[in-house]
Design a protein around this ligand. Sequence first.
Ligand code: BTN
Length: 278
Amino acid sequence: MNGVHGMSSVLRWPAEAIWEAVVPHLPGFTVEVLPEIDSTNTELMRRARAGQFEPVLLVAERQTAGRGRLGREWVSDPAAGLAARRGVSSLTFSLGLPLAPRDWSGLSLAVGLSVVESLHPDLALKWPNDVWLHDRKLAGILIETANGSDTPGRRYAVVGIGINLQSCPAEGLRTLPASLDELLPGLDAPQTLLRLAAPLVQAIQRFESRGFAPLQTRFNARDALGGVAVTLSDGTAGTAQGVDACGALRVQTDQGLKVITSAEVSVRPLSPPRCDGL
Ligand code: BTN
């Protein structure tokens, strides 16, 4: 038996192709597609707490309780009624795998970089790990970890990614969220996943062995905040100046250069994006 489990009745997911591309580099890897679940991150964290630490790509066609960073809800389908009738309008999945990097800082940046580089040159990154198209959010990343084994430093990482593929006009939405079909019309959820999955695993494994430093220049080339006036959640104002070799955001303020390492600090451009999240 190969490592492909569960399938949608409607969409054709390239689970076999992804499995074949990934398993030589990640033994024990499986791909699982579910028609519906509360949240792919919540599910993999539940499994980890129950002692399941195998590498897995868990895809959900629909999440009923998607979660975002900073305790926010993740609504992957901003126009649920309309979009549901037209088919899947977002791609939601989580990759779970044991990891033991020397330093965890910069993992979420490495993940975001892999996503934008796999998808389109016009996509940018808003520190620490939102994907933007021009001034609107297109995708978000939520990384969580659980105790994974007795090996010191090794944890089970759950890398959750939500990407808006299609936006449908809906009541109450003044501006449509950014969606991938603006850049890549016709690319559906299964094809998008196929583009992302194997490079993502490879990027995470490279990060595990080499850390963030080799990615600093590439991240800064995609940095949506570079040179932009920002405010931090503590009210400090400044100008963002890219990330350092650890992935920390550099912000020039009146009090000097601030280096922000905590993803718990939210950073906002002074003129906010037209649509703040999906
Ligand atoms: C954010 O921008 O705040 C992060 C959003 C992350 C959403 C993805 S969708 C797949 C995975 N499951 C979740 O519940 N959240 C992540």
